[in-house]
Ligand binder design. Structure first.
Ligand code: SF4
Length: 206
């Protein structure tokens, strides 16, 4: 498991809990609006990122101060060692929030079935006919829909989210995206930060 970054303390990433955030290295999508370019390459540990044991030791030392751990990326569900890593974190008594891009429903289902996740935030990037464009690569929409269904049916706190990129999405897309969200599930529109976008074309537009 390759860790791309570690934020030892955050008050904004785990609802209602002070938390630490762990960024896994590697993503299978290439969203043009992504602001985590350094986390996208797979199989390469960036210089300066702490290792797994270092993070676990730090979490152990902060058990009294932190209530949760956020696993984000990159795309965490691509890491084969993720279940074991989550078990170690769970063993210290932390609640776990998982951020996912919804491309790996089988992994997601196993993590939820095994009780390794307490809270989920999941991307719904675009209406089906624009998903390739917003994800920057081919996407299996059946897997996206399956993940949405698993999360919504999990009885765990969850949140679906869409980065609103005005250059790439329009009002008809907004309606189609909302139609993809199961009734009763919360959804938020995230602000697109233009200056952080990977795609220089998006960065250049004003
Ligand atoms: S899912 Fe998209 S936005 Fe998220 S890390 Fe991967 S490329 Fe970036």
């Amino acid at each position: 498991m390759i860790i791309g970054g570690y934020q030892p303390f955050t008050l904004t990433d785990y609802p209602g809990r002070p938390a630490a955030a762990i960024f896994t290295q590697g993503c299978n999508l290439r969203c043009p609006y992504c602001h985590n370019a350094s986390l996208r390459p797979r199989g390469r540990r960036p210089g300066g990122a702490p290792g797994r044991q270092e993070i676990l030791a730090h979490l152990q030392s902060r058990r009294e101060q932190l209530g949760g751990v956020v696993i984000t990326g990159g795309e965490p569900t691509l890491c084969r060692e993720l279940p074991g890593f989550l078990r170690e974190i769970r063993g210290m008594g932390f609640r776990i929030k998982l951020d996912t891009n919804c491309t790996q429903p089988q992994v997601l289902d196993e993590l939820l079935q095994d009780g390794l996740v307490d809270c989920t935030a999941a991307d719904v990037k675009a209406p089906p006919d624009k998903y390739v464009h917003l994800a920057g690569t081919e996407v299996d929409m059946a897997k996206i829909r399956k993940s949405i269904s698993i999360i919504a049916g999990s009885d765990l706190p969850h949140l679906f989210r869409t980065t609103w990129v005005p250059d790439l999405l329009d009002e008809a897309d907004r309606r189609q995206i909302l139609a993809m969200i199961p009734p009763g599930s919360p959804h938020v529109w995230q602000r697109f930060v233009r200056e952080n976008a990977v795609d220089p074309g998006l960065r250049a537009r004003r």
